[in-house]
Design a binder for this molecule. Structure first.
Ligand code: NAD
Ligand code: ZN
Length: 245
Protein backbone atom coordinates (compact mmCIF):
# COMPACT_ATOMS: atom_id res chain seq x y z
CA UNK A 1 0.00 0.00 0.00
CA UNK A 2 2.77 2.46 0.98
CA UNK A 3 4.77 1.67 -2.17
CA UNK A 4 1.69 2.23 -4.35
CA UNK A 5 1.14 5.62 -2.69
CA UNK A 6 4.83 6.48 -3.19
CA UNK A 7 4.65 5.73 -6.91
CA UNK A 8 1.40 7.67 -7.30
CA UNK A 9 2.67 10.64 -5.29
CA UNK A 10 5.30 11.39 -7.93
CA UNK A 11 3.13 10.47 -10.94
CA UNK A 12 2.03 13.27 -13.27
CA UNK A 13 0.68 11.27 -16.20
CA UNK A 14 -0.94 8.39 -14.35
CA UNK A 15 -3.62 6.39 -16.10
CA UNK A 16 -6.13 4.08 -14.42
CA UNK A 17 -7.35 0.99 -16.26
CA UNK A 18 -10.55 -0.35 -14.73
CA UNK A 19 -12.67 -3.46 -15.10
CA UNK A 20 -15.83 -4.96 -13.70
CA UNK A 21 -14.29 -5.28 -10.21
CA UNK A 22 -14.24 -1.47 -9.91
CA UNK A 23 -18.05 -1.50 -10.05
CA UNK A 24 -18.61 -4.66 -7.97
CA UNK A 25 -19.09 -2.66 -4.77
CA UNK A 26 -21.74 -0.59 -6.57
CA UNK A 27 -23.74 -3.81 -6.79
CA UNK A 28 -22.99 -4.70 -10.43
CA UNK A 29 -21.88 -8.34 -10.73
CA UNK A 30 -18.51 -9.01 -12.41
CA UNK A 31 -18.18 -11.54 -15.22
CA UNK A 32 -15.31 -13.52 -13.69
CA UNK A 33 -14.17 -14.10 -10.13
CA UNK A 34 -16.17 -15.32 -7.14
CA UNK A 35 -19.89 -14.80 -7.74
CA UNK A 36 -19.19 -13.67 -11.32
CA UNK A 37 -21.91 -13.89 -13.95
CA UNK A 38 -20.05 -16.49 -16.01
CA UNK A 39 -20.73 -18.94 -13.22
CA UNK A 40 -24.46 -18.47 -14.07
CA UNK A 41 -24.48 -17.90 -17.84
CA UNK A 42 -22.53 -19.03 -20.88
CA UNK A 43 -20.73 -15.92 -22.20
CA UNK A 44 -20.96 -17.00 -25.82
CA UNK A 45 -24.72 -17.38 -25.46
CA UNK A 46 -25.47 -14.10 -23.74
CA UNK A 47 -22.79 -11.72 -24.92
CA UNK A 48 -21.85 -12.55 -28.51
CA UNK A 49 -23.05 -10.73 -31.58
CA UNK A 50 -23.97 -14.02 -33.28
CA UNK A 51 -26.34 -15.12 -30.55
CA UNK A 52 -27.78 -11.60 -30.30
CA UNK A 53 -28.61 -11.67 -34.03
CA UNK A 54 -30.11 -15.15 -33.72
CA UNK A 55 -32.22 -14.42 -30.68
CA UNK A 56 -32.49 -10.82 -29.42
CA UNK A 57 -35.20 -11.91 -26.97
CA UNK A 58 -32.82 -14.25 -25.14
CA UNK A 59 -30.26 -11.41 -24.92
CA UNK A 60 -32.81 -8.97 -23.53
CA UNK A 61 -34.17 -11.48 -21.00
CA UNK A 62 -30.74 -11.49 -19.32
CA UNK A 63 -30.28 -7.74 -19.91
CA UNK A 64 -33.64 -6.98 -18.32
CA UNK A 65 -32.30 -7.98 -14.93
CA UNK A 66 -28.68 -6.84 -15.39
CA UNK A 67 -29.52 -3.55 -17.10
CA UNK A 68 -31.90 -2.56 -14.32
CA UNK A 69 -29.18 -3.16 -11.72
CA UNK A 70 -26.59 -1.16 -13.70
CA UNK A 71 -28.95 1.77 -14.32
CA UNK A 72 -29.76 2.02 -10.61
CA UNK A 73 -26.12 1.68 -9.50
CA UNK A 74 -24.25 4.59 -7.92
CA UNK A 75 -20.48 5.24 -7.73
CA UNK A 76 -18.67 3.61 -4.79
CA UNK A 77 -15.72 4.92 -2.72
CA UNK A 78 -13.28 3.46 -5.28
CA UNK A 79 -14.75 5.58 -8.09
CA UNK A 80 -14.59 8.64 -5.83
CA UNK A 81 -10.96 8.00 -4.90
CA UNK A 82 -10.08 7.94 -8.62
CA UNK A 83 -11.78 11.33 -9.03
CA UNK A 84 -9.69 12.66 -6.14
CA UNK A 85 -6.48 11.26 -7.68
CA UNK A 86 -7.32 13.19 -10.85
CA UNK A 87 -7.95 16.36 -8.84
CA UNK A 88 -4.59 15.84 -7.09
CA UNK A 89 -2.84 15.91 -10.50
CA UNK A 90 -1.85 12.21 -10.33
CA UNK A 91 -4.20 10.71 -12.93
CA UNK A 92 -4.80 12.23 -16.35
CA UNK A 93 -7.39 9.72 -17.55
CA UNK A 94 -9.32 6.54 -16.91
CA UNK A 95 -9.43 3.82 -19.52
CA UNK A 96 -12.31 1.52 -18.69
CA UNK A 97 -13.67 -1.79 -19.87
CA UNK A 98 -16.84 -1.00 -17.94
CA UNK A 99 -19.91 0.10 -19.84
CA UNK A 100 -21.90 1.32 -16.82
CA UNK A 101 -20.96 5.03 -16.98
CA UNK A 102 -20.11 5.15 -13.26
CA UNK A 103 -16.74 6.90 -13.73
CA UNK A 104 -18.50 9.74 -15.55
CA UNK A 105 -21.29 9.76 -12.95
CA UNK A 106 -18.72 10.14 -10.17
CA UNK A 107 -17.04 13.09 -11.89
CA UNK A 108 -13.91 11.75 -13.63
CA UNK A 109 -13.39 14.11 -16.55
CA UNK A 110 -11.53 12.01 -19.11
CA UNK A 111 -12.96 8.51 -19.44
CA UNK A 112 -12.13 6.31 -22.43
CA UNK A 113 -14.66 3.48 -22.85
CA UNK A 114 -12.95 0.70 -24.80
CA UNK A 115 -16.00 -1.57 -24.66
CA UNK A 116 -18.58 1.12 -25.36
CA UNK A 117 -21.49 2.21 -23.18
CA UNK A 118 -24.59 0.37 -22.05
CA UNK A 119 -26.35 3.69 -21.41
CA UNK A 120 -27.37 3.95 -25.08
CA UNK A 121 -29.14 1.52 -27.42
CA UNK A 122 -28.90 1.54 -31.21
CA UNK A 123 -31.12 0.02 -33.92
CA UNK A 124 -28.95 -2.13 -36.17
CA UNK A 125 -31.40 -1.61 -39.07
CA UNK A 126 -31.75 2.18 -39.21
CA UNK A 127 -29.15 3.47 -36.73
CA UNK A 128 -31.63 5.32 -34.47
CA UNK A 129 -30.33 5.72 -30.93
CA UNK A 130 -32.35 5.80 -27.72
CA UNK A 131 -31.33 6.03 -24.10
CA UNK A 132 -31.01 2.71 -22.33
CA UNK A 133 -33.30 3.90 -19.54
CA UNK A 134 -36.14 4.49 -22.02
CA UNK A 135 -35.68 1.11 -23.72
CA UNK A 136 -35.29 -0.59 -20.34
CA UNK A 137 -38.67 0.75 -19.25
CA UNK A 138 -40.24 -0.65 -22.42
CA UNK A 139 -39.10 -4.21 -21.59
CA UNK A 140 -42.02 -4.60 -19.19
CA UNK A 141 -44.45 -4.45 -22.13
CA UNK A 142 -42.34 -5.40 -25.16
CA UNK A 143 -39.89 -8.29 -25.60
CA UNK A 144 -37.68 -7.91 -27.53
CA UNK A 145 -37.86 -4.10 -27.58
CA UNK A 146 -38.60 -2.70 -31.06
CA UNK A 147 -37.10 0.38 -32.75
CA UNK A 148 -39.28 3.46 -32.26
CA UNK A 149 -38.40 4.66 -35.80
CA UNK A 150 -38.50 1.59 -38.07
CA UNK A 151 -39.99 -1.15 -35.87
CA UNK A 152 -36.82 -3.26 -36.26
CA UNK A 153 -36.18 -5.95 -33.65
CA UNK A 154 -32.38 -5.64 -33.39
CA UNK A 155 -31.97 -2.96 -30.74
CA UNK A 156 -28.47 -3.42 -29.33
CA UNK A 157 -26.81 -1.59 -26.43
CA UNK A 158 -23.77 0.32 -27.77
CA UNK A 159 -21.38 -2.11 -26.11
CA UNK A 160 -18.79 -4.33 -27.75
CA UNK A 161 -20.11 -7.90 -27.78
CA UNK A 162 -17.86 -10.93 -28.31
CA UNK A 163 -17.26 -11.18 -32.07
CA UNK A 164 -17.52 -7.42 -32.64
CA UNK A 165 -14.60 -5.11 -33.48
CA UNK A 166 -13.20 -2.75 -30.86
CA UNK A 167 -14.04 0.96 -31.29
CA UNK A 168 -11.01 2.21 -33.23
CA UNK A 169 -10.73 5.75 -31.87
CA UNK A 170 -11.19 4.69 -28.22
CA UNK A 171 -8.49 2.03 -28.63
CA UNK A 172 -6.10 4.55 -30.22
CA UNK A 173 -6.70 7.03 -27.45
CA UNK A 174 -6.27 4.33 -24.77
CA UNK A 175 -2.99 3.08 -26.26
CA UNK A 176 -1.63 6.63 -26.64
CA UNK A 177 -2.47 7.34 -22.98
CA UNK A 178 -0.86 4.04 -21.92
CA UNK A 179 2.31 4.76 -23.87
CA UNK A 180 2.76 8.18 -22.29
CA UNK A 181 1.80 7.10 -18.74
CA UNK A 182 4.31 7.20 -15.89
CA UNK A 183 2.11 4.99 -13.68
CA UNK A 184 -0.54 2.50 -14.84
CA UNK A 185 -3.05 1.73 -12.09
CA UNK A 186 -5.13 -1.38 -12.84
CA UNK A 187 -8.31 -1.68 -10.77
CA UNK A 188 -10.69 -4.65 -10.72
CA UNK A 189 -9.83 -6.42 -13.94
CA UNK A 190 -9.06 -10.09 -14.49
CA UNK A 191 -6.80 -8.91 -17.38
CA UNK A 192 -7.87 -11.85 -19.54
CA UNK A 193 -10.14 -10.06 -22.03
CA UNK A 194 -8.14 -9.16 -25.14
CA UNK A 195 -7.25 -6.83 -26.74
CA UNK A 196 -8.15 -4.58 -23.78
CA UNK A 197 -5.70 -6.36 -21.45
CA UNK A 198 -2.91 -5.32 -23.84
CA UNK A 199 -3.37 -1.69 -22.76
CA UNK A 200 -1.64 -1.98 -19.36
CA UNK A 201 1.04 -4.15 -20.97
CA UNK A 202 1.69 -1.41 -23.55
CA UNK A 203 2.18 1.04 -20.69
CA UNK A 204 4.76 -1.20 -19.00
CA UNK A 205 6.63 -1.69 -22.29
CA UNK A 206 6.79 2.10 -22.68
CA UNK A 207 8.29 2.47 -19.21
CA UNK A 208 5.35 2.96 -16.81
CA UNK A 209 5.30 1.44 -13.34
CA UNK A 210 2.41 -0.97 -12.95
CA UNK A 211 0.17 -1.16 -9.86
CA UNK A 212 -2.54 -3.84 -9.81
CA UNK A 213 -5.45 -3.75 -7.36
CA UNK A 214 -7.68 -6.78 -7.83
CA UNK A 215 -9.51 -9.29 -5.66
CA UNK A 216 -7.61 -12.16 -7.28
CA UNK A 217 -4.30 -12.79 -9.06
CA UNK A 218 -4.05 -11.82 -12.74
CA UNK A 219 -1.79 -13.16 -15.51
CA UNK A 220 0.23 -9.90 -15.40
CA UNK A 221 0.99 -9.75 -11.67
CA UNK A 222 4.66 -10.56 -12.40
CA UNK A 223 4.97 -7.35 -14.48
CA UNK A 224 3.70 -5.20 -11.63
CA UNK A 225 5.77 -3.26 -9.15
CA UNK A 226 2.92 -3.48 -6.64
CA UNK A 227 0.10 -6.03 -6.46
CA UNK A 228 -2.65 -5.55 -3.87
CA UNK A 229 -5.27 -8.26 -3.51
CA UNK A 230 -8.30 -6.52 -2.05
CA UNK A 231 -11.49 -4.62 -2.71
CA UNK A 232 -11.20 -1.51 -4.84
CA UNK A 233 -13.64 0.45 -2.69
CA UNK A 234 -11.47 -0.13 0.38
CA UNK A 235 -7.93 -0.11 -1.05
CA UNK A 236 -8.22 3.02 -3.24
CA UNK A 237 -9.43 5.34 -0.44
CA UNK A 238 -6.58 4.09 1.78
CA UNK A 239 -4.03 4.80 -0.96
CA UNK A 240 -5.57 8.23 -1.51
CA UNK A 241 -5.13 9.05 2.18
CA UNK A 242 -1.45 8.06 1.98
CA UNK A 243 -0.94 10.12 -1.20
CA UNK A 244 -2.50 13.16 0.51
CA UNK A 245 -0.33 12.94 3.64
P1 NAD B 1 -13.88 -9.58 -15.14
O1 NAD B 1 -15.27 -9.88 -14.70
O2 NAD B 1 -13.20 -10.48 -16.10
O3 NAD B 1 -12.91 -9.51 -13.86
C1 NAD B 1 -13.27 -8.78 -12.74
C2 NAD B 1 -12.16 -8.94 -11.73
O4 NAD B 1 -12.47 -8.10 -10.63
C3 NAD B 1 -12.02 -10.36 -11.20
O5 NAD B 1 -10.67 -10.78 -11.33
C4 NAD B 1 -12.43 -10.24 -9.72
O6 NAD B 1 -11.64 -11.05 -8.88
C5 NAD B 1 -12.16 -8.78 -9.44
N1 NAD B 1 -13.01 -8.18 -8.40
C6 NAD B 1 -14.27 -8.52 -8.02
N2 NAD B 1 -14.72 -7.67 -7.08
C7 NAD B 1 -13.72 -6.79 -6.84
C8 NAD B 1 -13.58 -5.68 -5.98
N3 NAD B 1 -14.57 -5.29 -5.15
N4 NAD B 1 -12.40 -5.00 -5.99
C9 NAD B 1 -11.39 -5.37 -6.81
N5 NAD B 1 -11.46 -6.43 -7.66
C10 NAD B 1 -12.62 -7.11 -7.67
O7 NAD B 1 -13.90 -8.09 -15.61
P2 NAD B 1 -13.08 -7.37 -16.72
O8 NAD B 1 -11.63 -7.65 -16.58
O9 NAD B 1 -13.57 -5.97 -16.67
O10 NAD B 1 -13.57 -8.05 -18.10
C11 NAD B 1 -14.92 -8.39 -18.34
C12 NAD B 1 -15.64 -7.60 -19.41
O11 NAD B 1 -17.02 -7.58 -19.06
C13 NAD B 1 -15.27 -6.17 -19.44
O12 NAD B 1 -14.53 -5.97 -20.57
C14 NAD B 1 -16.56 -5.35 -19.48
O13 NAD B 1 -16.78 -4.86 -20.77
C15 NAD B 1 -17.63 -6.31 -19.16
N6 NAD B 1 -18.35 -6.03 -17.89
C16 NAD B 1 -18.68 -4.75 -17.53
C17 NAD B 1 -19.34 -4.51 -16.32
C18 NAD B 1 -19.69 -3.09 -15.96
O14 NAD B 1 -19.81 -2.24 -16.83
N7 NAD B 1 -19.81 -2.79 -14.65
C19 NAD B 1 -19.69 -5.57 -15.49
C20 NAD B 1 -19.35 -6.88 -15.90
C21 NAD B 1 -18.67 -7.08 -17.09
ZN1 ZN C 1 -34.69 1.30 -36.55
Amino acid sequence: MERAAELLSVARRGVAFTGAGASAESGIPTFRGAGGLWTKYDPVKVASIDSFMQDPTAYWMVSKERGGIALAARPNPGHLALVALEAAGVLVAIVTQNTDGLHQASGSSRVVEVHGSSRTVQCLDCGTRESRAVVQARLAVQMPPLCKSCGGMFLKPTVVLFGEPMPVSAMHEALALAQSADVMLVVGSSLVVQPAAGIPVAAVRAGASLIIINAEPTPFDSLAEVVIHGRAGEVLPEILTLVNT
